[in-house]
Design a binder for this molecule. Structure first.
Ligand code: NBP
Length: 476
């Protein structure tokens, strides 16, 4: 019988996805550029399901029922284009090419438009959850046409993570929508991790707690509003003792954070769209700063590292304040990420269902959390929500946390413990709620040096002050 679906690219992600498909009962054709990976998959896991190995793409295409569905799981970038170029001429109108790699959404838009010319459906599908997710159920964010999703939906939904019987997979929107949403997911993941890291640092340097004690704090937090995969594994990492040195592992890991680039993409795109995703930007920059080892050393030598920050305060109070600051800052980070998705949806005509995005992130992916149920409820109630911050639930949560949030920021600043995530989240909140912003002065300055004009609060129109003349106002 012909295969139901195919996977080409059988490194760790591709082979795990193929195994997931096979275990779900789909007859799956498999192919890799170098056939050693195909052979390894069959010999090690062939018994798990119904695999159809193919040595060439021609063979792979011939083994499939029509319309054909082929998932590409190769290295993002030029390799993906190379596979598409080789594959497309072998296919027929109506066939579907699915890119499950970490493509930039602009590449996905370009590829979708090009393949559409030949009658092929190109589906950029964001897949989150790493190797584990690919094997046992990822969160899947497919873009592309409605028609392609009618064919693909049942397969993808059945291999996705399930939460309360709901699959973590939904048709996100046309062309690059899926990869865009996956990118923002990763950006939010950056922000979330940075906030968690700051919470740890404050408990350590201001609260004087040891890593093992902080692990216990996070374990406790994981039973409340903060319950999430990242908080859970934070407890694991902080509680882990290095076998060699006997020290907490976190104390022997070099403090230079690396990045593969999706956080940077998110911020670059936010800059283009004019959406302030300050939490994600601070997270990306905090990683960059950590990596500037020479500069860190030079500045530390010039100024000293500062006094030990530990103070004689009530540690229990600090722990609870930090929990609330973390929660409020996290609401801000998610509010910003969801704003960015909304803005991109408007820019590209995607009509994104933001509640559905929260739904499919509840399982399979790195930012899975109890919190996402609240976000889904917020958008279900009010799809046009101006900001997550104004949803009843989040408004109450942030309002209740506000005093603690401010205490934590004050403590961080006065103790000299950097907390760019907490600080900028609070500034964002204060910025949005201010009656008047000093942007009026910025406009005045722009008008002074560049005649850029300004609008007035009390009447329509654009105005310019004759700064170098008699300083009277003219209609611009
Ligand atoms: P890699 O990103 O390491 O890519 C290796 C695969 O790409 C191999 O199958 C290799 O074939 C193939 N390939 C390359 Br490289 N150049 C090719 C070309 N010109 N033509 C055909 N095939 C080519 O694999 P991965 O880590 O499994 O990731 C796959 C995709 O999934 C990536 O886009 C990645 O960003 C994404 N992703 C990864 C994770 C994760 O946690 N690792 C999570 C989510 C998404 P060969 O065997 O013949 O060299």
């Amino acid at each position: 019988a012909p295969a139901r679906i195919a996977v080409t690219g059988l490194a760790v992600m591709g082979s795990n996805l193929a195994r997931n498909l096979a275990r779900r009962g789909f007859r799956v054709a498999v192919h890799n550029r170098s056939s050693a990976r195909t052979e390894a998959l069959i010999s090690e896991h062939g018994h798990e399901g119904d695999f159809v190995p193919a040595e060439t793409l021609e063979e792979l295409v011939a083994s499939l029922r029509t319309p054909r569905q082929i998932i590409i799981m190769v290295k993002a970038g030029a390799p993906t284009d190379a596979v598409i170029d080789e594959l497309a001429p072998l296919l027929e109108p109506g066939d579907m090419v699915i890119d499950g790699g970490n493509a930039h959404y602009a590449d996905t838009r370009r590829r979708e438009a090009a393949l559409k010319e030949t009658g092929l459906h190109f589906v950029g599908a964001g897949i989150s959850g790493g190797e584990e997710g690919a094997l046992n159920g990822p969160s899947i964010m497919p873009g592309g046409s409605e028609e392609s999703y009618r064919h693909l939906g049942p397969v993808l939904e059945s291999i996705a993570a399930q939460v309360d019987g709901v699959p973590c997979c939904v048709h996100v929107g046309p062309d690059g929508a899926g990869h865009f949403v996956k990118m923002v997911h990763n950006g939010i993941e950056y922000a979330d991790m940075q906030l968690i890291a700051e919470a740890y640092d404050l408990l350590r340097r201001v609260g004087g707690l040891a890593p093992a004690e902080i692990a216990e704090v996070f374990r406790g937090w994981n039973t409340g509003d903060l319950e999430s995969y990242l908080v859970e594994i934070t407890a694991e990492v902080l509680g882990h003792v290095d076998a060699g040195s006997g020290a907490a592992l976190v104390d022997v890991i070099a403090d230079e954070a690396e990045q593969k680039g999706t956080g940077r993409w998110t911020v670059q795109e936010a800059l283009e769209l004019g959406v302030p995703v300050t939490g994600i930007a601070e997270a990306v920059f905090a990683r960059s700063l950590s990596g500037r080892v020479g500069q860190r050393e030079a500045v530390r030598r010039a100024f000293g590292a500062g006094e030990p920050a530990v103070s004689d305060q009530d540690v229990e109070q600090l722990v609870d304040d930090v929990r609330q600051a973390l929660y409020a800052s996290k609401v801000v980070a998610y509010a910003q990420g969801f704003d960015q998705m909304r803005a991109a949806g408007a820019e590209y005509g995607w009509d994104l269902d933001l509640g559905a995005m929260a739904t499919i992130w509840r399982g399979g992916c790195i930012i899975r959390a109890r919190f996402l149920d609240r976000i889904r409820e917020a958008y279900d109630k009010e799809p046009g929500l101006a900001s997550l911050l104004v949803d009843d639930y989040f408004r109450d949560a942030v309002a209740n946390a506000e005093a603690a949030w401010r205490r934590v920021v004050v403590k961080a600043v006065s103790a000299g413990v950097p907390a760019p995530g907490f600080v900028s989240a609070l500034a964002y909140y204060d910025g949005l709620r201010s009656e008047r912003l000093p942007a009026s002065l910025v406009q005045g300055l722009r008008d002074f040096f560049g005649a850029h004009t300004y609008r007035r609060t009390d009447r329509e129109g654009s105005f310019h002050t004759l700064w170098s003349g008699d300083r009277s106002q003219v209609d611009a």
